[in-house]
Design a protein around this ligand. Structure first.
Ligand code: PEP
Ligand code: MG
Length: 755
């Protein structure tokens, strides 16, 4: 069948006839392998199917010993067949037995065959089995033969996916389709969710694989490609995109790929082998997906993902299907699974129905994760191949405490997690009961508990959590989830809404803390070697004051006649405080000039995150109304531990003696000057960390809303004098005592503190 495309076309037609015959599963498979062998002129054709236990079992053969069917098996990675499955890549060998991976199975009688061509049976990038042809003579198979085999493998994948072959599996050797599956990722937003999978961008399933009329299919494909190109050109002309930015960059890349000749040529060739237009798109998409899974180069993976997205768009246009799930049809217990998604897309789902979120990508700072956290949706990110491995409607458990996903869980696993969820709910209920109680220690000291926020969806927590105000409003979050730069009026509305919701309780607005890992889609910053120490936060605000001034103006307007607290992030020197205050004063003067009503009270503070300030604490206190310790960044810079680097995450977030002393020096300086000092990093959000802070002298802390309840319960059971004495004792010791949190845990256990 060298060169011509009639071969695969005839073969596909024959297979279609076999598919239509009223046959049992084994007979159908047997007939198919006979057809393939004769069409490819091979003496052997065998089909291996992947079982749930990761073993490839011989399901049908023409040419090998038939007694070996359902007897011969190879693990993934074992032998040539196992290698193809492991690598999801074809193998074309003129002398199979000299390949180092060859594994001899005497029962098959394959010693007589020298040449070997095997291809993976793939569906949505997932390997379901391996299709092999063999010949006695030593020969190299042509590319066309390899292509033809890959096309047939698609049909076999459909047969496997239809469940027909499950009837042939023996007990203990079930197929891989409905078995429980365990995936791992990184926990991004805490909690546990039980429910059923909803694919955010559902795979388009192609059922019509074999073409009736090749010419018509070629025209359909060309039309769909033309439409795709037009739709991307249109998007690029849209107002918000035309101006540039990351949005535009992504679309430009899409446009480039949509015009990629190689991609379109391969799809056209696939049509000429006898496939429908949609099957041809999928056939090429399968190759891309397999390459994507093999590739470790993040840039290449990203580009292959772009092709994958484009192929999905093409498939939808060919099949006339709408894109994502309609939020109205969402099941009541949806576990949303996506490669990635925009923050706004998550907000489109009915919050009450979403039990969990699973992302193939998704990092702690991605917008969708920020929003998921604010909404309290248990989220696990960096789950490889998640979208390929699940089907819509699969039962799933998202354990965002350990970063694990259990798909199609067994009954005992489900009930164990169900119990866990009920336990958490009972605990939440107990915390809710504390809502209106003041946070007072056993020895009568009142502790100020505030919450961290940044989005409008956070605001209901203010009442629900029972806290004293917002200690840190991260204004950049609103910017990060927005596709365009929020204008002054929009900003003013947001800040005003925040103050309304706070209803007189204090709110500390932090000016934009962008740069580093906090990327705004509409501002392109140059790539930096060390973004955490780069052009970010107040540096950006002072060097290019336009954005910061606009924000300060919006804040002043929103807070007219009210109490306003502003703080500047990442301050590294006293000069920066002076400059930032000067900028603010200019805006105030402007207000006065226009006789606009001023805030009743205006307090200006800074975040203490850069260690250089530790050596000027008294001077610093003189220049501000308050200080808030950003313990996340302070720790990062003090210990030179990148807070976002998962490889060193074990080194982050402790309380060694040196850090305890640092934190104490700051709070002591505050006491000396009479200036309030609070702390709003993650350390304050765990009962143990918060207890350590109280022991060091902090009387006000700010944390995520979900931490307020547990921290309040700790305070209500704590003898503050006792823990302060304990801490003093720990700090006096000259010996490096490891993590003080461990010692504090012992203290809590011995003194019945609710931790
Ligand atoms: C911090 O650095 O501790 C902090 C609260 O700020 P962010 O986490 O937003 O950098
Ligand atoms: Mg910070």
């Amino acid at each position: 069948m060298r060169g011509g495309l009639a071969g695969p076309r005839v073969l596909l037609r024959r297979i279609r006839e076999i598919m239509a015959e009223p046959l049992g599963a084994q007979d159908r498979l047997d007939k198919i392998v006979v057809q393939i062998a004769s069409n490819v002129v091979a003496e052997v054709c065998s089909v291996y199917i992947l079982r749930a236990d990761d073993v490839l079992e011989l399901y049908a053969t023409e040419g090998l010993n038939r007694d070996a069917v359902h007897q011969t098996s190879l693990s993934v990675g074992e032998g040539l067949v196992g290698l193809i499955a492991a690598q999801a890549r074809p193998l074309n060998l003129s002398d199979a037995q000299s390949h180092p991976g060859f594994a001899y199975r005497p029962e098959t009688g394959e010693e007589n065959y020298h040449s070997f061509l095997g291809v993976p049976i793939l569906r949505a990038g997932r390997t379901l089995g391996v299709l092999v042809v063999q010949n006695k003579a030593s020969r190299s198979y042509y590319d066309e033969e390899e292509e033809a085999l890959q096309t047939v493998a698609m049909v076999l994948a459909e047969i496997v996916a239809s469940g027909e072959l499950e009837l042939l599996s023996r007990d203990g050797a079930e197929l891989n389709l409905s078995q429980p599956l365990h995936l791992e990722g990184l926990s991004m937003a805490e909690g546990i969710g039980l429910g059923h999978v909803v694919l955010h961008d559902p795979r388009v399933i192609v059922h019509e694989l074999i073409a009736d009329d090749l010419e018509a299919e070629a025209v359909r494909l060309d039309e769909a490609v033309k439409l795709l190109r037009l739709s991307i050109d249109d998007l690029l002309l849209r107002d918000d995109v035309a101006k540039g930015g990351e949005h535009r960059d992504i679309l430009e890349a899409y446009r480039m790929f949509a015009y990629d000749r190689g991609w379109v040529r391969r799809m056209r060739e696939a049509v000429r082998t006898g496939l429908t237009a949609e099957a041809a798109v999928e056939r090429v998409q399968n190759d891309m997906r397999a390459r994507m899974m093999r590739s470790t180069d993040p840039y290449l993976r990203e580009r292959l993902h772009d092709f994958d997205d484009l192929a999905n768009r093409l498939l939808r246009s060919l099949l006339g299907e709408q894109s994502a799930v309609s939020p109205e049809n969402l099941p009541k217990d949806a576990i949303i699974v996506a490669r990635n998604m925009g923050a706004a897309e998550l907000l489109d789902y009915e919050r009450g129905n979403v039990r969990g979120l699973v992302l193939e990508e998704g990092t702690h700072t991605s917008h969708v994760v920020i929003v998921a956290k604010a909404l309290g949706i248990p989220t696990v990110g960096m789950v490889q191949e998640a979208t390929s491995l699940v089907e819509n409607g699969d039962a799933a458990i998202v354990d965002a405490e350990s970063g694990q996903i259990h798909l199609r869980p067994a009954a005992d696993m489900q009930s164990a997690y169900g119990e866990k969820v009920r336990f958490r709910a009972r605990r939440q209920e107990q915390y809710r009961l504390l809502r209106d109680e003041a946070a007072i220690t056993l020895d009568g000291v009142n502790i100020g508990l505030q919450m961290n926020a940044g989005l409008l969806v956070d605001l209901p927590h203010l009442q629900e959590a029972g806290c004293d105000g917002i200690g840190l409003f991260r204004t950049e979050l609103q910017f990060m989830v927005s596709a365009t730069l929020p204008r002054k009026n929009q900003q003013e509305q947001i800040y005003s809404a925040v103050l309304d919701a706070a209803d007189g309780k204090p709110v500390t607005f932090r000016s934009l803390d962008v740069g580093g890992d906090k990327i705004l889609p509409f501002i392109s910053l140059a790539q930096e070697e060390n973004p955490a120490m780069g052009w970010r936060a107040i540096r950006l605000g002072l060097d290019r004051p336009g954005l910061l001034r606009l924000q300060l103006r919006a804040l002043l307007h929103a807070a007219s006649g009210r109490h306003l607290k502003i703080m500047f992030p990442m301050i590294a020197s006293l000069d920066e405080i002076r400059d930032a205050k000067e900028l603010l004063n200019r805006e105030i003067l402007q207000l006065e000039r226009h006789n606009r009503k001023m805030p009743d009270v205006l307090e200006v503070g800074i975040m203490l995150e850069v260690p250089a300030l530790l050596f000027q604490l008294d001077e610093l206190m003189d220049m501000v109304d308050f200080v808030s310790v950003g313990s996340n960044d302070l720790y990062q810079f003090l210990f030179a531990v990148d807070r976002g680097n998962t490889r060193i995450s074990k080194r982050f977030g402790h309380l060694p003696g040196s850090f305890a002393r640092t934190l104490k020096q700051i709070v002591d300086a505050g006491k000396r000057s009479g200036k309030p000092v609070t702390l709003c990093g993650e350390l304050a959000g765990t009962p143990l960390g918060a207890m350590g802070l109280l022991a060091l002298g902090y009387r006000s802390i700010s944390m995520s809303p979900s931490s307020i309840g547990p921290v309040k319960a700790m305070i209500l059971s704590l003898d503050l004098q006792k823990v302060t004495d304990f801490m003093d004792g720990c700090m006096k010791s000259d010996i490096e005592s490891g993590d003080l949190l461990d010692l504090l845990q012992d203290f809590a256990n011995q003194n019945n503190v609710a931790i």
